[in-house]
Structure formats: structure tokens, C-alpha cells
Design a protein around this ligand. Structure first.
Ligand SMILES: [Zn+2]
Length: 245
């Protein structure tokens, strides 16, 4: 059930304790891919995962502004502080739990959100009346995960599959030329960079040409299967905190 499309009477009739919240970002994805990439891909994976899962799941509307200050030099990028983001996600989960949907998977599409989501999910689980766990789609696509850049092969592939109009194909060559090979400036296992503009000229990391629509379809299938498995595990998990179990 999609809360955006449902009525309150539909919501009242939902017989499940499972919910997903797509979590994205509004930020630069190079000259070729839309600012909304992370929210759109998170939503697409959430929908496909819920479709693949054998049971009812409530789908919340996406959180579209996240932890993205690292892209602030690129116009159009929006961000909130980690504190604001964590509080927003925590209260959103609390409102889902108020209606009885108290096992929540946060379906994430943005690397900058990962640490804050893990922390807030732990806080929700330990302190609030809900269980929450984050799922980041590009970490759940097997060997493809190693190719995750930024506006690179994986995100461009998934967009080409689910929302091709969000990729400006005429700018892909330009995207390639200004891209860097990897994320960050690393010395002794430490990333010296805090902003992406320190290591990528046009915001791209990785080669968008290595991500066609066919690869995008495969990524969506892999991520959806992983999310469906996770939903099954969350549904049957004993979520009482030790020492009660
Ligand atoms: Zn992204």
C-alpha cells in the first residue's frame, strides 16, 4: 500500500506491521543525470522490493533531502544537517509505528546518508516503540557494488532502466571526460577530502557508459530480491531487546 495514493480508510484496513521508507537526496549527479537521482532510485528499489515480497507492506513517501553537504559546490544540491536528518527520520518512523507499522526498513539511495541512518535506526530500535533497519540498494547488488561511483555506472544504469528521461544522453561524453576514477583522496586509509569538488571536476565518479539499461534491469532485480529477503527476515525477527530474550 502506497501512502501517497491510499486513503485513510485504506490505511485503516492494512493488515501488516511492515513499512518501507525510501530515503534519497537532492544533489548533483554530474552534467548528465538529474538532481533527484537518489530519491528516484530509492523509490524504484522500494517499489520493486515490495512487489517481490510475498506479503503486505506499507510504502511511505520518500525523504528527498538528506545529508549531502559534500556536494554543496554544485548548484541545485540541497542538504540538511545530520541531526535534523536523524530527527526527521526518527519521527517519521514513530508516526508509522503509531499506526501499527512498527517494523520499518529505510530503503536508502545515497552514500552520505548511510552513517546517520544506521545510527538513527539503532536509536529507534533501542529507545522507541519500533524496530528500524537501513538498507542501501547499491551495497546489495553482488559484484556490481564494487563499481559504485557517483553518477557513474550503477546510478546511470538504474536511471536508464527506470526513468530514462532523467539521463541526458547528449552529455554523457562530457560526464565521462570530467569524471574521477574513485571517491575521495586517500592516504594511509584516510580520506583527506570532505567535498566531492576536491576530487571530481564535474561531480562524476566512474564511467556512466558502463551502465546501460540492461545492467539497470539486472541491478533492480538484484536489489529487489535482496530487499524482499530482508523484509521477510524483519517480519519474523524477535525484536525484543536483550535481556528479555
Ligand atoms: Zn546518487
Amino acid at each position: 500500500m502506497y501512502l501517497t495514493d491510499a486513503t485513510w480508510t485504506d490505511a485503516a484496513a492494512a493488515e501488516t506491521d511492515l513499512a518501507v521508507v525510501p530515503v534519497g537526496s537532492t544533489e548533483q549527479h554530474g552534467p548528465h543525470a538529474s538532481l533527484g537521482t537518489d530519491a528516484v532510485t530509492a523509490e524504484a528499489v522500494a517499489e520493486a522490493g515490495v512487489e517481490a515480497y510475498d506479503g503486505e507492506v506499507v510504502v511511505a513517501p520518500p525523504v528527498s533531502v538528506g545529508v549531502a553537504e559534500e556536494h554543496r559546490q554544485f548548484p541545485g544540491t540541497l542538504w540538511v544537517s545530520e541531526d535534523t536528518f536523524r530527527e526527521y527520520v526518527r519521527e517519521t518512523v514513530a508516526s508509522l509505528a503509531h499506526h501499527g507499522w512498527d517494523r520499518v526498513v529505510l530503503v536508502n539511495g545515497h552514500g552520505g546518508n548511510i552513517a546517520a541512518l544506521r545510527e538513527v535506526a539503532g536509536t529507534v530500535t533501542r529507545r522507541d516503540d519500533a524496530y528500524a533497519v537501513p538498507f542501501t540498494w547499491f551495497d546489495a547488488v553482488g559484484d556490481h557494488a564494487a563499481d559504485m561511483g557517483h553518477g557513474g555506472p550503477l546510478e546511470t544504469a538504474l536511471l536508464r532502466h527506470v526513468r530514462p528521461e532523467m539521463v541526458d544522453e547528449a552529455r554523457v561524453d562530457e560526464a565521462k571526460e570530467g569524471a574521477s576514477d574513485g571517491w575521495g583522496d586517500w592516504v594511509s586509509g584516510t580520506n583527506l577530502a570532505f567535498d566531492s569538488a576536491e576530487f571530481t571536476e564535474n561531480g562524476v565518479v566512474g564511467d556512466p557508459d558502463e551502465g546501460d539499461a540492461e545492467r539497470g534491469a539486472e541491478l533492480l532485480d538484484l536489489a529487489a530480491a535482496a530487499l524482499a529477503d530482508l523484509l521477510a527476515a524483519v517480519e519474523k525477527r524477535d525484536v525484543r531487546r536483550p535481556p528479555d530474550r
